[in-house]
Design a protein around this ligand. Sequence first.
Ligand code: NAD
Length: 293
Amino acid sequence: MKSLAGKVAVVTGGGGGLGRAMGERFAAEGMKVVLADVQAPLLQATVEECRAKGLEISGHVTDVTNQESVDALRDFTLSTYGAVHVLCNNAGIGAGAEGRMWEHELNDWKWAIAVNVMGVIHGINSFVPAMLAHGEEAHIVNTSSGNGGVSPLSGTPQYAATKAAVVTASECLYAQLQEVESSIGVSVLFPGPNMLRTGLFESWRSRTDEFAKQRPRKTPYTTVEQLEMQMKAAGHAIAYTAVEEVAEMVVDGILRNQFWMMPNSERGDNSMRLRYESMKSRSNPTYLRQVPG
Ligand SMILES: NC(=O)c1ccc[n+]([C@@H]2O[C@H](COP(=O)([O-])OP(=O)(O)OC[C@H]3O[C@@H](n4cnc5c(N)ncnc54)[C@H](O)[C@@H]3O)[C@@H](O)[C@H]2O)c1
């Protein structure tokens, strides 16, 4: 897109964390923004705070695991602002499964797939036809992760597998929108280069009854503090990337029509190279890490 001012953006998972930061950044560019989130009180508080800052931001409670709910988000946006130009399929969760992969609850898998993969698909199904219909420049940003999107951390198979799916779906969407000569750009976003200190470690807050846990947890959920300790024990330095920095990369990437919204990172490049070399030489994977760093 050549400019953002006066255009309309929708951000899922916009109640907090990176989604909120992207929404605020879009509004600062002069866009009209709809933040969507399944956590109603969080969303309401965020929208009130943003409006108090003078930003043109609305909220719409949405469950991205449900196509009708995402259709209702689109209809709300169209009836409020008349069009949609930017869609960030950003809602995501870490299911926080316990034990080894073969011990994970099926509902942990189903929840991770429903939010991280189907949430993106529902966004595409609802919004692409509306974008094609108005024919103006538009852009879709799908949030993946270096974990899965670049190479998997062995400790979080559900997260890594679903974030890998986001990359492939985004590549296919990009190609198909090119094939029909649309004016809709597509990006896949890898927030980073370091972890973001967001609500992701408290994803259980957004877990709906449909995907409720099937058995009581044996251990408490891993907190960000525990992860920091694991990283320290594995000899990794702990550093965070600010959500505002990622939001800046997103705005810049939309204006430059950049597919790979990936921060410059030697560590990230190294992960890509090791995985590619393993595939190319048909050698077994030896590059997987358990924790970030
Ligand atoms: N935090 C990181 O280090 C990191 C790194 C790479 C990628 N990501 C990705 O960035 C995105 C944003 O995550 P974040 O770090 O800001 O975490 P976050 O938990 O602060 O934000 C995610 C938001 O998604 C919402 N959400 C969850 N399920 C939903 C549903 N069914 N429908 C609608 N909204 C739902 C949550 O309520 C929450 O507000 C996610 O896709 C995440 O996987 C995060």
